[in-house]
Design a protein. Structure first.
Length: 151
């Protein structure tokens, strides 16, 4: 019987959706001189930041434990990825604090730059280490449980 879902490809798809959400947030900051930064960024955080956080919580709570059971040799990789999740959570917290202080577009972009830099490095490392492992996984899984709300 053929596997219906290639889990590594699904991970890559979620990462692409998160990249697009970040690009849309940047575009919304750059268009229009009368943009309400705190309001637009608040929507961004409720959308993108919640999706990114949900994705990472799903990985930490479901995907990574499953991978660790199948491949104990990947424990150092999983530990690094979980550490990245904590760093990204910290950066999101900084953005949320900045939003509460009604930031300028420049301040907002600095926060987004920091999130994007860590997120991109994290995604590339995760994909390089886990895509083939995930694509080899057999079984029926709940995509949302493994990858979060953007599946």
């Amino acid at each position: 019987m053929e596997r219906l879902t290639a889990w590594g490809d699904e991970l890559r798809s979620v990462h692409q959706k998160l990249r697009k959400a970040l690009a849309l947030a940047r575009t919304s900051l750059d268009t229009g001189e009368t943009v309400d930064l705190s309001g637009d960024l608040l929507l961004f955080c409720r959308g993108f930041c919640s999706a990114l956080t949900g994705h990472h919580r799903s990985e930490d709570g479901s995907l990574f434990p499953h991978v660790a059971r199948l491949r104990p040799d990947l424990a150092p990789v999983i530990a690094k990825l979980s550490q990245d999740h904590n760093m990204i959570d910290h950066l999101i917290g900084g953005l949320e604090k900045a939003i509460a202080d009604s930031p300028t577009a420049e301040v907002a972009h600095r926060h987004l730059d920091g999130i994007e830099a860590v997120m991109e490095t994290h995604f590339r490392y995760e994909e390089s280490q886990l895509i083939s492992v995930l694509n080899a996984m057999d079984g029926e899984f709940d995509k949302t449980e493994l990858f979060g709300p953007l599946t």
